[in-house]
Design a protein around this ligand. Structure first.
Ligand code: HSE
Length: 418
């Protein structure tokens, strides 16, 4: 049998899972694996003759057909892949940051050299989403995505919800258990989810979306009090990656915490599970959920991509045409200030006559209609906690209204899903 020969760059958690899983397939042969430290103790036993600490030994090796990149980050990963493509290799990658920031360049280069780049593992780990969108859902016009694309933040928010704990306490516990990184910025500030929604929206809408135009807010300001109030109003708080596009190609793509109704599927996606809800015609709504990270779930996607290449390699001059990415038109970015949303606002106000009336007047003057307003008595320090939920209004006007609430402390403003 003519085996597909692969080289892997990176033997961390995902690389180890790929190595262990690929051993079950005799149509694929691992030729070489590049690691940072040749002497490091690993969870897999790999023959030392297979290891190198120089990734260029892989991307320049004429016997290798496919380069599997599992190191993450833009550089040096981009340079390795650029050389690999120019040397005629197909690519499998799990690198969401590289795709979000330099996807257009790398896909154009791959097309020029007639090579394919597959990246199922980069978006929502083990959930099959790229191949379904590119193939069996290709007949749809997808116009809206709502997704939970980051397991770390979903774990933290779930724990805050179920245990009534603060963000800081849950983060600390998650770090001790190894669920959150020592530097959690990439996850908790929403970068990871923003990378993923950039690429997912690009392929689902078939329009170029620029990472710089994706609005992003993390979960660090969510308070346990917000969780409790959200629950009482019939919502959960989740870090939602959303994207929508209208008939004029105006694309609104963002990542931020949201109150979402307990009646929706996404509200019940808990802990490290990810989920993607796609809306389009003719499918209507479809939700895919599953493990968004981890050694074997991510390996499942990487190995699936490798086997897809293996199935066509040597049999066609233009393999996997439906998986190629060559959109020529750009979406028009919509600024967050111009978007229309419902808002949850937590306010602490002095206990004075006319405060609720004042909040109502300020909102009315900005054309903001209120859906709910709640005060449960007065605190011992003579202040009152007030929760306001608005109807849909323009973000710019909402911000102006909040500016005018000078006498009050605005504890939180969180957007509410429709
Ligand atoms: N750090 C990500 C998460 C997984 O917490 O979901 C890899 O993208």
């Amino acid at each position: 049998m003519n085996k597909l020969k692969i080289g892997i760059i990176g033997l961390g958690t995902v690389g180890s899972g790929v190595y262990k899983t690929l051993k079950n397939f005799d149509n694929v042969e691992i030729i070489k694996i590049a690691v940072k430290n040749l002497n490091k103790k690993r969870s897999v036993e790999v023959p030392s003759s297979m290891l190198t600490d120089n990734p260029y030994e892989i991307v320049n090796d004429p016997s290798i057909d496919v380069v599997v990149e599992l190191i993450g980050g833009v550089e040096p990963a981009y340079s390795y892949l650029e050389t690999a493509i120019k040397n005629g290799k197909h690519i499998v990658t799990a690198n969401k940051e590289l795709l979000a920031k330099r996807g257009e360049e790398i896909f154009n280069l791959a097309e020029k050299y007639n090579r394919v780049i597959l990246y199922e593992a980069a978006i929502a780990g083990g959930i099959p989403i790229i191949m379904p969108v590119k193939t069996i859902l290709a007949g749809n016009k997808i116009n809206k995505i709502h997704a939970i694309l980051n397991g770390t933040t979903n774990y933290i928010l779930t724990k805050m919800d179920t245990e009534g704990a603060s963000y800081e306490a849950v983060l600390k516990e998650a770090q001790e258990l190894g669920y959150a990184e020592t530097d959690p910025t990439g996850d908790v500030e929403g970068f990871d989810a923003a990378y993923k929604i950039t690429t997912l929206a690009t392929i689902a809408f078939k329009k170029k979306i620029k990472f710089e135009n994706v609005y992003r807010e993390g979960i660090t300001k969510i308070r346990k009090e917000d969780m409790k109030e959200a629950n009482e109003f019939g919502y959960k708080i989740k870090l939602i990656a959303t994207a929508s596009i209208d008939e004029n190609d105006n694309a609104d793509v963002r990542v931020h915490p949201m109150l979402i109704s307990k009646d929706t599927t996404l509200a019940h996606i808990d802990y490290v599970t990810n989920a993607v809800e796609l809306n389009g015609f003719p499918i209507g709504k479809v939700v895919l959920s599953g493990p968004g990270a981890g050694e074997f779930p991510t390996a499942s996607s990487v190995v699936g991509d490798i086997l897809a290449i293996a199935a066509e390699f040597g049999k066609s001059d233009y393999i996997l045409p439906m998986m190629r990415c060559n959109h020529s038109t750009k979406a028009n970015p919509v600024k967050i200030e111009d978007t229309y949303n419902k808002y949850y606002i937590s306010i602490t106000a002095p206990n004075a006559i006319g405060i609720i009336a004042k909040i109502g007047t300020i909102c009315a003057n900005k054309n903001i209609s209120l859906s709910s307003i709640l005060q449960r008595g007065v605190s011992k320090d003579n202040t009152a906690d007030i929760i306001v939920i608005t109807e849909k209004c323009q973000e710019k006007l909402l911000r102006e209204a909040v500016e005018e609430l000078k006498d009050c402390t605005v504890n939180s403003i969180i957007r509410v899903a429709d």
